[in-house]
Design a protein. Structure first.
Length: 192
């Protein structure tokens, strides 16, 4: 059966199947950064993300013979990375929180501030509980839909949607608190 998806690095993948270390290194070099970032967004700890990424490449090279080619190699590898990252979260005994149903309405001070930057959002995401960070990362940053997230995480579609909604609310709460703190520091900092 022929591959349904033509990989742009097919020659390198063939070399990897044959045990060619230089081909493996080149595949590693091409995919390292994106796989590391995918893992880091989920686990939130650089050292764990590094370990996950390394183990994921080893797994991919060992199981490359089972790669069907129905998706790109990058997508296949990313699924390995995400599953390994989720395993780490399960080992941390991640329990999705049910706490944040309603958030305070933004005050007038917040409305006068500059728009929120991507860096502020990324920073706030790191402050989220593991489960919320995972849902937001998979949907917003990795581009998965709720059906895919429910399959990856072993949860119902409705649970994915609920957790995503709560994660967004919690993220907004963190951003509001951060902005209000910055605003107060700006006022009181300029008085002294």
């Amino acid at each position: 059966m022929e591959n349904k998806y033509i990989n742009i690095h097919q020659d390198l993948l063939k070399g990897c199947l044959e045990g060619d270390k230089s081909a493996q290194f080149e595949i590693y070099r091409l995919y390292y950064k994106s796989m590391y970032n995918s893992s880091l967004r989920i686990v939130g700890i650089p050292e764990e993300a590094e370990d996950i990424m390394q183990e994921s490449f080893l797994t991919a090279f060992q199981k490359l013979g089972g790669f069907s080619g129905e998706v790109s190699f990058g997508s296949w590898l990313k699924k390995i990375v995400i599953n390994r990252s989720l395993d780490i979260l399960r080992k941390r005994k991640v329990v999705f929180e049910e706490l944040y149903a309603e958030l305070p309405v933004a005050d007038e001070q917040e409305q006068e501030m500059d728009p929120i930057t991507v860096e502020e959002v990324k920073s706030a995401i790191t402050l989220l509980p593991d489960g919320y960070r995972t849902i937001l990362s998979l949907i917003l940053l990795e581009g998965y839909d709720h059906d895919e997230v429910s399959e990856i995480m072993g949860i119902k579609n409705v649970t994915s949607r609920t957790q995503f909604s709560r994660a967004r609310h919690k993220l907004r709460e963190i951003l509001i608190k951060t902005r209000n703190k910055q605003f107060k520091e700006g006022i009181y900092g300029s008085i002294g």
